[in-house]
Design a protein. Structure first.
Length: 82
């Protein structure tokens, strides 16, 4: 299944607990779109959050994040990994 990296901006001051809460909200509904969120990272200073997921499409990733209450600003395919 294809991999995607998505980016959220404007999340200045995000804490580890808030990141876990947002990630858990995604995990709770990810199966409805065939998405498998694997990891999330955050930089509270810049307000950026990144999520890695396996999904059938970028749109499926977008829909889950929107429904969970934190829309992604960008979603990038990750066609090559090392």
């Amino acid at each position: 299944m294809p991999m995607f990296m998505d980016v959220h901006t404007g999340m200045h001051g995000i804490t580890g607990d808030a990141l876990r809460e947002a990630h858990d909200a995604d995990l709770a509904i990810q199966g409805e779109e065939g998405v498998d969120f694997q990891h999330a990272w955050a930089d509270p200073e810049s307000g950026m959050v990144w999520c890695l997921a396996e999904a059938p499409s970028a749109d499926a990733v977008r829909r889950i994040h929107e429904r969970a209450g934190h829309p992604a600003d960008q979603v990038f395919p990750v066609p090559v990994q090392a």
